[in-house]
Design a protein around this ligand. Structure first.
Ligand code: F6P
Length: 341
């Protein structure tokens, strides 16, 4: 069999570990051949390929990013996109595809599956917002980056008696904010799932200062205040219709300064959370996903996605993977409030 592999959507640490594991097991155990498609769905759409064999995956386990490149190309928005992909897969002699991606990339994989393309999915995203899997790789690394930043910000916040705000990614889910905020001992954690009250936030900040400490606020990029409390930016949309988030940290700092008269500054961690070497947990998870994805191909178990359930890797229908977003449960957020203020 000849297997095509692609990585789509925002990159994340661990993508190369999946590619390596799938190729190694596919070649060594099953005698498969591989071809890489470049830049997400753009690859099969434009017939942009890259050789992929054991030599090509040597040394990539600890490397961040993706050797195949990525993009947010949505072939469902391109006229005749699905037919073009099917033609190009046939022209490349590709029998099956492994699509490594998040909600959007796997949504396209699901649609292609409905058109007879033999596809197996692998979930990835730093946002950890895919419902069918306990964790996605990339998340743990992002939480490490954010936690280290919070640890560092504590000491400088104390030196200058400032409120320091850390804006983290996560799109519409507060997982990165909650995990890094708890791990880093933040005094306020704001997540998209719960609209915040700026007066309450300022109360927590003032009480922290009153006790002689400087507050750290972790805010998820998708967090928003109660209607009308603060102006929130509306951004442009990508090919999948997602708004580009970011900017809440700056607006929060301005509002905190205005209301509390204390100096407030913002650090936006942005793409530092996605770049660089994957954590050991993410390498472990990504490697296991790669091994199990190639097993699914060998078993011809099409339309499935590999997923982590406890410590087991299972297979779930691709359609289930993208049906609903996994967001932070209210009870879990409430736990963190012990440390607010
Ligand atoms: O989905 C991963 C993610 O990093 C989100 O947390 C963030 O909102 C988005 O991608 C940023 O995308 P881009 O790199 O295209 O700006």
């Amino acid at each position: 069999m000849r297997i095509g592999v692609l990585t789509g959507g925002g990159d994340c640490p661990g993508l190369n570990a999946v590619i390596r594991a799938a190729v190694r097991k596919g070649v060594q155990y099953y005698g498969f051949e591989f071809v890489g498609f470049r830049d997400g769905w753009k690859g099969p759409l434009e017939r942009m390929t890259k050789p992929l064999d054991v030599a090509a995956v040597r040394g990539i386990l600890p490397r961040g990013g993706t050797i195949l490149g990525s993009s947010r190309t949505n072939p469902l928005k391109v006229e005749g996109g699905i037919e073009r992909i099917k033609e190009n897969l046939a022209a490349e002699g590709v029998d099956a595809l492994i699509a490594i991606g998040g909600e959007d990339t796997l949504g396209v994989a699901t649609a292609l599956g409905g058109h007879g393309v033999r596809v197996v999915g692998v979930p990835k995203t730093i946002d950890n917002d895919l419902n069918a899997t306990d964790y996605t790789f990339g998340f743990d690394t992002a939480v490490h980056v954010a936690t280290e930043a919070i640890d560092r910000l504590h000491t400088t916040a104390e030196s200058h008696s400032r409120a320091l705000i850390v804006e983290v990614m996560g799109r519409h889910a507060g997982w990165i904010a909650l995990h890094s905020g708890l791990a880093g001992g933040a005094n306020v954690i704001l997540i998209p799932e719960v609209t915040f009250d700026i007066e309450e936030v300022c109360g927590w900040i003032e009480s922290r200062f009153d006790r002689g400490y400087a507050p750290i606020v972790v805010v998820a990029e998708g967090a928003h205040p109660k209607d009308g409390q603060m102006e929130v930016q509306t951004g442009e949309l990508d090919a999948f219709g997602h708004v580009r988030l970011g900017g809440i940290g700056e607006r929060l700092a301005a509002e905190i300064e205005r209301r509390t008269k204390k100096e407030a500054r913002t650090t936006v961690l942005g793409h530092t959370q996605r770049g660089g070497t994957p954590s050991p947990f993410d390498r472990w998870l990504a490697t296991r996903f790669g091994l199990h994805a190639i097993d699914a191909v060998h078993d011809q178990d099409w339309g499935k996605m590999v997923a982590l359930r406890g410590t087991d890797i299972i297979r779930v229908p691709l359609a289930d993977a993208t049906a609903t977003l996994k967001t932070v449960p209210m009870a879990m957020y409430e736990e963190a409030k012990v440390f607010f203020g």
